[in-house]
Design a protein around this ligand. Structure first.
Ligand SMILES: Nc1ncnc2c1ncn2[C@@H]1O[C@H](COP(=O)(O)OP(=O)(O)OP(=O)(O)O)[C@@H](O)[C@H]1O
Ligand SMILES: [Mg+2]
Length: 155
């Protein structure tokens, strides 16, 4: 099978999304960059919530729509959750010090990465969520060699 081909996963309900996100998180190495794509309400934030639950975080997961980024420090790992929907210009990411977030000891999740195009580096792996009523069709798209390894671990 082509190692760069997307892995397709059918998620019948939100619980399935949270549970798959937990498995996904376990396959993530430190330092990786994850893009989340999909329409408003597709479940990108829900997916990140599933990852954070797996990481042992039980508090509320706020959507970083207005703050742009929420930070979590969990068991020696920093997790940064971005939502760039309201970014006016990709240049704003330079002013925010985006480079400081993309560290080898941190994991970054970015919703609406298309808003940061030109400034953001390529992701290691992209998650795409498509709405089908209460279910979702999810694709895991490996971009880098790290992303291909993550996908392999999920198969
Ligand atoms: N199978 C499913 N997986 C994920 N979420 C689901 C599912 N079925 C229903 N939902 C609901 O869909 C909504 C997803 O909202 P969420 O905030 O995660 O979307 P989002 O992609 O982050 O949107 P935005 O682009 O506005 O940030 C939630 O209200 C959730 O309860
Ligand atoms: Mg969201």
């Amino acid at each position: 099978m082509n190692p760069s081909a997307p892995l397709l996963v059918y998620l019948p309900d939100e619980a399935a999304t949270l549970s798959f996100a937990g498995r996904f998180y376990r396959a993530l190495p430190f330092g990786c960059l994850v893009f989340l794509r999909g329409n408003l309400g597709a479940g990108k934030t829900a997916f990140v919530r599933g990852c954070l639950r797996e990481a042992g975080y039980n508090g509320a997961v706020k959507s970083p729509t207005f703050t742009l980024v929420e930070e979590y420090f969990l068991g020696g790992c920093a997790v940064y959750h971005f939502d760039l929907y309201r970014l006016a210009d990709p240049e704003e990411l330079e002013w925010m010090g985006m480079r400081d977030y993309l560290r080898p000891d941190a994991i970054c999740f970015i919703e609406w990465p298309e808003r940061g195009e030109g400034v953001l580096p390529d992701a290691d792996v992209e998650i795409d969520l498509a709405i089908e009523g209460a279910s979702r069709n999810l694709s895991v798209m490996p971009i880098s060699s790290i992303g291909r390894k993550i996908k392999e671990n999920l198969m």
